[in-house]
Ligand binder design. Structure first.
Ligand SMILES: Cc1cc2nc3c(=O)[nH]c(=O)nc-3n(C[C@H](O)[C@H](O)[C@H](O)COP(=O)(O)O)c2cc1C
Length: 196
């Protein structure tokens, strides 16, 4: 089973969300046999924002030129990593009510018409069906799924747009109020992860 672990906290040494994503991965290794893990850190991968060269290369009639293929090379590589994964483990702290900018940049690079979603007569259709996602979100004072959560709900919506509907949220929110209780609940939830 192939696991893609995407972490996005800028805190490299002591990140709660990254640590809990690692616990999910470790549990998956216990539950499944032959688990391979590819880890991506969005903040430390030098991900570009969508630029003019990329835009000009995304929507072309016919074959792309060599330069256009090059402009989309990283996007294509990231898409391939997602396509190959059976399970995706995403971790994100809430930064200013939303996801870290690097995670948004990553999402911009993997949302590709014809590869990860397509347009149909009834609207966009996700092409990543059959994958399972575990989403770890940490926060100080914002409650996940509340009106001011533009991180957890956004990640769920984005994954759904790409066709991933089997999503398990691991909530490490409101850590400034009762971190211990949240961590205990999350630990229990992770220990109970079973094979699908
Ligand atoms: C730049 C920055 C912005 C933050 N913005 C918010 C916020 O809008 N709402 C919130 O509840 N917590 C906010 N926090 C707190 C973090 O979400 C919280 O400390 C989280 O547990 C950090 O996760 P990590 O340890 O994985 O980095 C912010 C923290 C930082 C560093």
């Amino acid at each position: 089973m192939k696991v893609l672990n995407i972490n996005s906290s800028s805190n490299r040494e002591n990140s709660t969300s990254t640590a809990y994503a690692a616990k999910v991965v470790s549990q998956l290794k216990d539950v499944y046999t032959e688990v391979s893990v590819l880890e991506r850190h969005t903040t430390y991968s030098d991900l570009p924002f969508i630029n003019e060269a990329m835009l000009a290369s995304l929507f072309v009639n016919g074959e792309r030129t060599e330069a256009q293929v090059k402009a989309l090379a990283l996007s294509r590589q990231l898409v391939n990593e997602v396509l190959e994964a059976d399970v995706i483990v995403i971790s994100a702290p809430i930064y200013n009510f939303s996801v870290p900018a690097s995670l948004k940049a990553y999402f911009d690079l993997i949302a590709r018409a014809g590869l990860t979603f397509k347009y149909s007569e009834s609207g966009p259709v996700g092409l990543l069906e059959g994958k399972k996602a575990y989403v770890v979100v940490s926060s100080g004072g914002v409650e996940i799924d509340s009106d001011v959560d533009f991180a957890g709900k956004y990640i769920k919506h984005f994954l759904g747009f790409l066709g991933i509907s089997d999503i398990e949220m691991i909530k490490l929110d409101l850590l400034m109020f009762d971190a211990e209780a949240k961590q205990e609940t999350a630990n229990k939830q992770i220990q109970e992860l079973q094979a699908k």
